[in-house]
Design a protein around this ligand. Structure first.
Ligand SMILES: [Zn+2]
Length: 237
């Protein structure tokens, strides 16, 4: 199996992980293992993941679509096959939707690959949403990769919305960094909203700076709201 970590450029690690989920460089080391044994990137990676709980989060999913009965009735393995090989983009999209509603963890790799390589943006987008609904810690990697690299802003939006909904602060640094180089206004807006949702006071300076500098009014307002939300969460905590 291919390693489920990201490399330094935020692409999926190309190493083979054999029967495990992560390659040797990205495998989480037991605490007694010395830091010096790890490369810098593996060390950062471990820090990133160590903040995650082990159990999947159940993200609410109000999405509805009249998927044809023949498709809905198929076992998950065949849905995955349609996702990866069906010539009709609409069928691939519906396959991603069914996997999303089933929160099919066994579709993780297929959904990641679809998010990376499907030529149709709506299919890549639905794959990103489906990964978010699976909610396991492993889905952060494909969502961060998508936020950094998908050529379609709608897919990048789906990725950052999912990261915000997953609600774990481990994604804050990744979103803040993406926001620094993101040019699309809608994706920027979603990044700011997600930072508010995640409620980490460390991005206060970044949001204050953007609120002063942004040309687009809606983005300044989003920064103001996100800062208020972060302060509110701090007083509640
Ligand atoms: Zn790796």
């Amino acid at each position: 199996m291919q390693c489920r970590a990201l490399d330094e450029k935020k692409y999926r690690c190309a190493n083979d992980a054999a029967a495990a989920e992560y390659c040797d460089a990205h495998r989480v080391m037991p605490p007694q293992t010395g830091e010096s044994n790890l490369t810098a990137s593996a060390s950062r990676w471990r820090g990133f993941w160590s903040k995650f709980g082990a159990s999947p989060r159940n993200i609410p999913d109000g999405g509805k679509y009249p998927v044809p009965k023949w498709l809905n009735a198929l076992p998950t393995s065949q849905i995955i096959q349609h996702l990866q090989t069906h010539p009709d983009a609409m069928t691939r999209w519906m396959a991603a939707f069914v996997l999303r509603k089933r929160r099919a963890t066994e579709a993780f790799d297929a959904l990641w690959q679809t998010r990376q390589t499907d030529p149709i943006r709506f299919v890549r987008q639905q794959a990103a949403v489906a990964l978010g609904k699976i909610g396991a810690p492993a889905v952060y990697a494909p969502l961060v990769e998508g936020l950094y690299h998908d050529r379609d802003p709608g897919v990048r939006e789906a990725c950052v919305i999912a990261l915000g909904n997953l609600g774990n602060r481990a994604a804050v640094d990744e979103i803040a960094r993406a926001l620094e180089h993101e040019e699309n206004v809608f994706v920027r807006w979603d990044c700011i909203v997600a930072l508010g949702q995640l409620g980490d006071a460390r991005v206060e300076n970044l949001l204050a700076r953007l609120q002063a500098q942004e040309i687009v009014q809606a983005l300044r307002d989003a920064c103001r709201d996100a800062r208020a939300e972060i302060r509110q969460r701090a007083t509640r905590a």
